[in-house]
Every structure is written in structure tokens, then in C-alpha cells.
Design a protein around this ligand. Structure first.
Ligand code: 8YV
Length: 328
């Protein structure tokens, strides 16, 4: 007799091919209406499931995980970042946590470059002039942005996505600088002609563009504090496609308003989906609704990774993308 299929509860609507495959392979409960689960609904799911496939919109803290049923053995996160999951608390209950690294690297890097260009070249401001019917004709001194070529790009967090951003930025003629817990291998440093800054403060003071690519951890919470952002040059721009919590948003909004920082491109926010009202309406801020991995291909690949992690676990092997607290 075939072994019982594991009960997999998926907390949000996933791309159709992913859902179809999951239904073939597992005893899958989908969320076709895509309504984000309340805390109560999440607890009920944790009590029924063998495997939970959550997303960033599910807060799986120690309190919620304490309610998990004894069957729950795997949390197969749909997404690379896992700061919404208390991994230590899950592991302490014998629950394995996996994520989906690698498959969204290129999409996140593309969006980062799009934001660098959008902020530097004032794309959203220009487009809104057209939409408002206010384009009166070309002028030599109107709507001037700043060139990106030959500018210094300071990358905070030189992991997969940071490196993918660096490769693209080089094609645009930018010079690569980075701050990381440790320097990258000499092979990568040579390939990218990247300059390592042990001191974030010193790097910030010298960059034209700063882009955040580190995970959100206790150590990176408000890493870009008011004090640090004040070190930046008034002509500099700040990009964040990583996690909102890494930047003190209120301080950033004040610096953008006073002109102490020239511009910002943000795809992530501290209290998503709430946006700090001080950021709204600033002409020098380009704000996007967490679209870094939002491509059809990326989201299908993420789903594939979730499936592979569940299948390997089902087959009694260690899932390839296990996350452990010491990774933070
Ligand atoms: C995902 C992300 O869409 O993977 C991540 O860490 O930030 C996003 O691009 C989201 O996490 C899905 O859960």
C-alpha cells in the first residue's frame, strides 16, 4: 500500500502549475481566495498540517509555533528571506525549516538596477508629468537626474543578490564597493574589481549609490540609522530591495525631505503593507510594493523549490534548503 501523502497546507495562492503539481504529490490544502491567514487561522493550519508552506505574510513566531500540532515536521517557506519565522523555536520543536534561495537572485538584482536608474534618472517623476498632461516640451535644464556611469556603488551584504547586482552595475560602468561580515573570495573580488570596506561608516561617506542586500537579523535591524545615513553625501541615493527593518524609515524620510540625501528607491518597508506616511509624496522617493521576486518564472521556480524540499523530506532525506539559526 502506498504511504499516506503528507498534509501540506499552503497559506497563499501560488502560481497554477505549482498548485497543480502540489495537488498531485501531496494531500494539499490550497488558499485559492488568497486571503492572508489570521493568527488564528495560522494556528489552526499548524495543528492540522504535516507540512506548512508559508510566505512572508505569515508571522511564525515562538508563540504561534508553540501551538503547532505534533504532526507538523516541516515549514517549507515560499521565499528566500526567513525573518518572519522563529527558526530556533521551530527547530527546538523538531520542525525543519526550508527556504527558496538562488531562484530569485537575478530578478531581485534586476529590480535593484531598475530602482537605481529610476531614482537616478527621475523616471517616475517624468512619467507622472506625462500622465498628468503637463509635458510642455523639452528644455535643456529640466528634469535633470544624475549619471550612473563611473559612480561608486556601495553594496551592503555581498551574498548572492549583492554579487548579482554588482555584475549588472559593472555593465553600467559603476565602481563596486562593498561592506560584508567578511570579504568575498579573491576570485569574486577580482571578477568584480570590488573594494572591501570593513567599516560601513567609512564606506557610506564615500558612495554615490548605496544598495542594501543583507538579511534582516537582530544585527542588521536599523543598521542604516539616522546617524549612519547622515554620513552619506547629499548627492547620494539609497536603494533597499532587502528588508524594510534594516533602514530607520522615519529618519530616511526626514533626510530625503531636507535634501541631506538626494533620493531613495525602496521595494520593502518596515511595517508592510503599511507605508510610513512620511515617505509618501516625496518626489525623490521611488516606492514599490515588494516586487523584487515578482516574475512569473521566479515565482514558479520558487514553488518548484518548495516542492523539492517537501519531496526530499518525504523521502527521508535532508531537504536541500534547510535553514538554521546560525545562518543569520
Ligand atoms: C518573496 C522575498 O516574494 O524571498 C524573499 O525573501 O523577499 C520576496 O521576494 C517573499 O518572501 C515571498 O514569501
Amino acid at each position: 500500500m502506498a504511504a499516506r501523502k503528507p498534509k501540506v497546507i499552503v497559506t497563499r495562492k501560488l502560481p497554477d502549475p505549482v498548485e497543480t503539481r502540489m495537488r498531485e504529490l501531496f494531500d494539499t490544502e490550497l488558499n485559492l481566495a488568497d486571503v492572508p491567514m489570521s493568527r488564528q487561522a495560522l494556528i489552526a493550519a499548524l495543528q492540522r498540517a504535516d507540512v506548512l508552506a508559508p510566505t512572508i505574510t505569515d508571522r511564525l513566531d515562538a508563540e504561534v509555533l508553540a501551538e503547532a500540532g505534533e504532526h507538523l515536521k516541516l515549514i517549507a517557506n515560499f521565499g528566500a528571506g526567513f525573518d518572519h519565522i522563529d527558526v530556533a523555536a521551530a527547530n527546538a520543536r523538531g520542525i525543519v525549516v526550508t527556504n527558496t534561495p538562488g531562484v530569485l537572485t537575478e530578478d531581485a538584482a534586476d529590480l535593484t538596477l531598475a530602482l537605481i536608474l529610476a531614482v537616478g534618472r527621475r523616471l517616475v517623476e517624468g512619467a507622472s508629468v506625462i500622465q498628468a498632461g503637463k509635458f510642455d516640451g523639452w528644455s535643456p535644464t529640466w528634469m535633470l537626474g544624475r549619471r550612473v556611469t563611473h559612480k561608486r556603488l556601495g553594496i551592503i551584504g555581498m551574498g548572492r543578490i549583492g554579487q548579482a547586482v554588482a555584475r549588472r552595475a559593472r555593465a553600467f560602468g559603476m565602481q563596486i564597493h562593498y561592506h560584508n561580515r567578511k570579504p568575498v573570495s579573491s576570485r569574486i573580488a577580482e571578477e568584480l574589481e570590488a573594494t572591501y570596506w570593513e567599516s560601513l561608516d567609512q564606506m557610506l561617506a564615500r558612495m554615490d549609490i548605496v544598495s542594501v542586500h543583507s538579511p534582516h537579523t537582530p544585527a542588521t535591524y536599523h543598521l542604516l540609522s539616522a546617524r549612519r545615513m547622515k554620513l552619506m553625501q547629499p548627492t547620494a541615493i539609497l536603494i533597499n530591495t532587502a528588508r524594510g527593518e534594516i533602514i530607520d524609515e522615519t529618519a530616511l524620510a526626514d533626510l530625503l525631505k531636507s535634501g541631506a540625501i538626494a533620493g531613495a528607491g525602496l521595494d520593502v518597508f518596515e511595517f508592510e503593507p503599511k507605508i510610513n506616511p512620511k515617505l509618501l509624496g516625496l518626489p525623490n522617493a521611488v516606492l514599490l510594493p515588494h516586487m523584487g521576486s515578482a516574475t512569473i518564472e521566479g515565482r514558479i521556480d520558487m514553488g518548484e523549490k518548495v516542492i523539492i524540499n517537501i519531496r526530499t523530506w518525504m523521502d527521508g532525506h535532508k531537504p536541500p534548503d534547510r535553514v538554521i539559526p546560525s545562518m543569520l
